[in-house]
Write a protein that binds this ligand. Structure first.
Ligand SMILES: Nc1ncnc2c1ncn2[C@@H]1O[C@H](COP(=O)(O)OP(=O)(O)OP(=O)(O)O)[C@@H](O)[C@H]1O
Ligand SMILES: [Mg+2]
Length: 347
């Protein structure tokens, strides 16, 4: 699955190719990511959506090779960043990439800040490590950054501990840390899930502004199609560790192809639902990731499934320059005369 604007000859900023990640656990081998491929150009924004447990976080943490100390993990495939395969770099080289060329905002902002270190120092520490800035220069730049991400009275709040910040303010600090070294790529894992809608909108706007100011590419991981619409040029839909559909964000809302994507879109709450429509959840549960899956992982829940779907894994079918759908019925569905331009509004 390729990016929208890759120029002929120029390698994309990021190229994830057939990435698979499995954990050897007491429950058996958990295939957390299975055959994930996508590319991202400089300055481009990709949204990754999917149900809880679909492999969004593991797929992104693998780019930075961030796993738990005691994880028994096997990673295959390639993650090329500016042409270099990150999976093959030494630990020392990798520590320069993390936080320097690739910034990350983690799913849980409270546990990812050090509770006993003043917030300003947490930003300055990253700057000193990656840019070699002096203590004074790092402090000055940190105050500028805290101010830029919207921390009022940044010079004084520099010295405060994370617990004295609200959830929204902590997330702004996380953004400051992640962009401190002006990374070429920022990965934001559920950057707004724990925030109220007003703060959520402010953080999304901030990420979008910073992306444009710094020319960063962005990967936003979310459950929320509203977040995708607000931040992403393209969207990748994952289900049970596998990529299901990948398309420009505009296509998603007008011509989603995969039955799973359609199912998710039907769950987008809309104001008018209150009056005359009920949300229709997708029946059934995702499969256990410890069991081998021969065909399409969505087949047991799919109302369109045919015999082949249970037997053979569908490859991504190209439906347009940057639209792919991993469904045996993809082409037939794309030809439908009455393509549902708003599938969640179908009777
Ligand atoms: N360290 C680990 N050891 C074993 N299994 C793991 C580990 N980390 C993740 N998993 C499993 O991998 C699968 C994918 O997890 P992941 O955290 O990527 O999901 P997610 O899509 O980010 O979900 P959520 O939306 O809830 O954040 C899950 O089944 C999870 O239980
Ligand atoms: Mg996650």
């Amino acid at each position: 699955m390729t990016g929208a604007g890759t120029e002929a000859g120029a390698p994309p900023l990021l190229e994830v190719e057939d990435l698979s990640v499995s954990f050897n656990t007491r429950r058996g081998v958990v295939r957390a990511v299975d055959g994930l491929s996508y590319t991202l150009d400089r300055g481009e924004a990709l949204g990754i959506v999917g149900e809880s447990g679909s492999g969004k976080t593991v797929g992104s943490l693998s780019i930075l090779r961030l796993f738990g100390l005691f994880d028994d993990v096997t990673v295959t495939g390639a993650v090329r960043f500016e042409g270099r395969d990150l999976l093959r770099l030494s630990e020392t080289e990798m520590s320069r990439v993390r936080g320097g060329q690739i910034g990350m905002i983690f799913q849980d902002p409270l546990t990812s800040l050090n509770p006993v270190m003043p917030v300003g120092e947490q930003v300055a520490e990253s700057l000193r490590f990656h840019t070699g800035a002096s203590r004074d220069a790092a402090r000055r730049r940190t105050v500028e950054l805290l101010d830029r991400v919207g921390i009022p009275d940044a010079a004084n709040r520099y010295h405060e501990l994370p617990h004295s910040f609200s959830g929204g303010m902590r997330q702004r600090v996380m953004v400051a840390i992640a962009v401190a070294c002006e990374p070429k790529l920022l990965i934001a894992d559920e950057p707004t899930t724990a925030l109220d809608v007003t703060v959520q909108a402010q953080i999304l706007l901030l990420l979008d502004e910073l992306r444009r100011e710094m020319g960063m590419a962005l990967i936003v991981i979310t459950h929320d199609f509203g977040v995708v619409a607000a931040t992403a040029d393209r969207v990748l839909v994952m289900y049970a560790a596998q990529p299901m559909e990948h398309c420009p964000t505009d296509h998603l809302f007008q011509r989603a192809n995969h039955p799973y994507t359609e199912g998710l879109l039907r769950l987008v709450p809309r104001f008018e639902h209150r009056a005359h429509k009920r949300l229709r959840p997708i029946e059934g549960q995702p499969p256990a990731l410890t069991e081998p899956i021969a065909g399409c992982p969505f087949e047991p829940r799919c109302t369109h499934a045919v015999d082949r779907c249970a037997a053979e894994r569908p490859p991504p079918v190209r439906l347009g320059p940057s639209h792919h759908s991993a469904c045996w019925l993809a082409e037939e569905r794309a030809r439908r005369e009455t393509a549902p331009d708003k599938p969640w509004e179908q009777p």
